[in-house]
Design a protein around this ligand. Structure first.
Ligand SMILES: NC(=O)C1=CN([C@@H]2O[C@H](COP(=O)(O)OP(=O)(O)OC[C@H]3O[C@@H](n4cnc5c(N)ncnc54)[C@H](O)[C@@H]3O)[C@@H](O)[C@H]2O)C=CC1
Ligand SMILES: O=C(O)C(=O)[C@H](O)COP(=O)(O)O
Length: 354
């Protein structure tokens, strides 16, 4: 192992270099600009979702360890890392609560607009892993009925009740929480197809916080432009970020620049997970307490049965401000997309653990 560990980090990962001592050096760069030529004297690369990690980036470099401060892994060629014996860490669950709060705020926004409450609502959850499972717990705590769709889990748990993707059209709200995958028995690229959209109506809400490629955006634009009463769309993730489809934005109930997971505690939690993994890998000390105080949620909300959950949720997180910020900057794409993400205002997690 090197005498000192040289880290190259995405400039948008908070908490570096304070978490380490003098045996670690940290250089920062915009994630989209990182190239192979930057990696000749780097031991560890700490990234976000905007840097594609593959043979093209890493071949012939000194990188021994890659960490991504994300839940999603679709930007990482894990086979290449394994074959090249490069250490790897990611941040599973780190911002799950933030995504769940985004989804609950989006539902609350829609309910308020349509003068409804959570009472009698049916929510379809596609992908019942860390995020989908947490969403299910909070919704059930609020008395909301959930329909679950997760074929990989269904194959492992034949005695549990799971629904098909097609039957999700019975729900008032359908929220997607699958990883982006291209291979295997249940690929998710373009999982939301035209047949699925055609089965929905203007009385329903479809939320995609998973990855942009789950929904063919060009097809979705054609659908909203040519359907009398299209489903209401809430999109946080887009194909071809940061050059997203500006026309599709205009047709969304809510459109945001991939910030569902951006509550501040989630970001610091991800840093802590990567620093711990890097510290274990290179056997260098890591000051966990330097990060811990940013991870704690102050005064969390425990929903009560007799309170107005719609207005309470929106008082904690007014999601329409994130939507408005993107619309205000739509003429300045693609730069504005990354700028909004980099300068995202501080949003705190607010729900008590279930
Ligand atoms: N918008 C944002 O800011 C964020 C987006 N994400 C996205 O959310 C995704 C999900 O995150 P987690 O819940 O932590 O992942 P997870 O791995 O814990 O759960 C994913 C679930 O999806 C299921 N699944 C896989 N293929 C499926 C299919 N074809 N149909 C239905 N279910 C399927 C899996 O069996 C698993 O239960 C991430 O991969 C990432 O792309 C994550 C964090 C923030
Ligand atoms: O964790 C994930 O997966 C996400 O989608 C992140 O919240 C996205 O953040 P960036 O890595 O793109 O900053």
């Amino acid at each position: 192992m090197p005498a000192s560990v040289r880290i190259l980090a995405d400039e948008n990962i908070p908490g570096l270099p304070h978490a380490f001592g003098e045996d670690v050096t940290v250089q920062k760069m915009p994630g989209r600009d990182i190239q192979r030529s930057d990696l000749s004297a780097v031991d560890a690369l700490l990234l976000r979702s905007v840097t594609r990690v593959n043979e093209d980036l890493l071949k012939g470099t000194s990188v021994k360890f890659v960490g991504t401060a994300t839940i999603g892994l679709d930007h990482i060629d894990l086979d290449y890392l394994n074959a090249s014996n490069i250490g790897f860490a990611y941040a599973p669950g780190s911002n799950a609560q933030s995504v769940v709060e985004y989804v609950l705020a989006a539902i609350a926004f829609w309910l308020q607009r349509t003068n409804r409450t959570f009472k009698g609502l049916k929510v379809g959850i596609v992908g019942v892993g860390r995020i989908g499972g947490l969403l299910q717990k909070y919704l059930q705590q609020m008395g909301v009925h959930c329909l679950l769709c997760d074929p990989p889990r269904q194959a492992q748990e034949p005695n549990e009740t799971y629904y098909s993707l097609q039957s999700m059209s019975e729900a008032d709200v359908i929220s997607f929480h699958v990883p982006l995958t291209q291979r295997g028995p249940w690929p998710t690229r373009h999982l939301i197809d035209v047949a699925f959209l055609n089965a929905l109506s203007a009385d329903q809400l479809l939320i995609n916080t998973a990855r942009g490629d789950i929904l063919d955006n060009q097809m979705a634009l054609y659908y909203v432009q040519n359907t009398a009463s299209p489903v209401n769309l809430v999109l946080d993730v887009w194909q071809n970020e940061p050059m997203i489809n500006a026309q599709l934005v205009q047709h969304c109930l809510l459109a945001t620049p991939h910030i569902a997971g951006y509550a501040i505690e989630g970001k610091w939690r991800a840093t802590a997970m990567l620093c711990q993994a890097l510290s274990d890998y290179f056997q260098v000390p890591f000051k966990r307490t330097a990060l811990d105080r940013n991870i704690r949620v102050n005064d969390p909300w425990q929903p009560q049965s007799n309170e107005n959950k719609v207005s309470k949720l929106l008082s904690y997180y007014d999601i329409s401000q994130d939507d408005q910020a993107l619309r205000n900057e739509i003429k300045n794409l693609p730069q504005s997309f990354d700028k909004l993400r980099k300068n995202y205002p501080t949003r705190h997690e607010f729900l008590a653990s279930v």
